[in-house]
Design a protein around this ligand. Structure first.
Ligand SMILES: [Fe+2]
Length: 241
């Protein structure tokens, strides 16, 4: 069994476990098309994105201060949501007569603010834990990278490579290829096509400078110590469905 097949097998086990849940058994057995099979599409109205509150108590994360976390949330993340709403409202006014360069610029900004919003929400959501890898995702990472220690080494050096500048480290699972990848990107917009983010690490200086100045290695230690593996595992299992 190769790595890809092994991860597929782990996902199949996870899916089987979920099928066995009593609350979902009815829909699986004979009510095709009923509620629960696929989530309905819920279009968000242009300019209507809301800021999601911090999903943890900001005073409780070792190595990451309340001042840093609240500033990051209220300024950088909330700023991305505000800008995403503003760009969407501008795009709502676009017509066939709008110059192409204006449309292209608006679309570029829309993608940047949308990804910034999406990644910040998943970044805050995967913090507040004890940093101890667990669940099916931990097995899948060990299978893909040889061991969990090797995965962590590669994720850490990717984060270190972005220190002093800006960027995201995203560990993603791809439904196109059934494998896991570590993506390091200096901006918000580049992403793995069809990749489902599992672990999201913010390496922009605004994420650590208030606490650590330019010492980004100490921030990376704090990030790994605060990862919420129950959330990361839930993302993995949802992506594998
Ligand atoms: Fe950020």
């Amino acid at each position: 069994m190769n790595r890809r097949q092994a991860i597929g097998s782990i996902g199949a086990v996870a899916a089987a476990t979920m099928i066995a849940r009593p609350s979902e058994a009815k829909g699986e057995k004979g009510e095709k098309g009923e509620k629960g099979e696929k989530p309905a599409l819920v279009p968000t109205a242009a300019g209507a994105h809301k800021v999601v509150p911090l999903p943890f108590t900001a005073t409780k994360l070792p190595g990451l201060s309340e001042k840093l976390l609240v500033s990051h949330h209220d300024n950088n993340y909330a700023g991305a949501v505000k800008n995403l709403n503003a760009v969407e409202l501008q795009l709502d006014k676009v017509t066939k007569d709008t110059p192409g360069f204006e449309v292209a610029a608006l679309r570029e900004r829309e993608l940047t603010y949308a990804n910034s919003t999406y990644l910040h929400e998943r970044y805050f959501e995967n913090l507040g834990g004890d940093g101890k890898p667990s669940g099916e995702v931990a097995k899948a990472l060990a299978t893909q990278f040889g061991s969990l220690a090797r995965w962590e080494e590669l994720a850490r050096v990717t984060a270190m490579s972005l220190g002093g500048g800006s960027g995201w480290v995203v560990v993603a699972v791809s439904p196109l290829t059934n494998d896991l990848r570590i993506v390091g990107t200096a901006g918000h917009a580049p992403a793995l096509a069809a990749g489902q983010p599992l672990v999201v690490l913010d390496m922009f200086e605004h994420a650590y400078a208030l606490d650590y100045g330019a010492a980004h290695a100490k921030y990376i230690d704090a990030l790994f110590a605060n990862l919420r593996w129950d959330v990361i595992d839930r993302r993995f299992q949802a992506a594998r469905k």
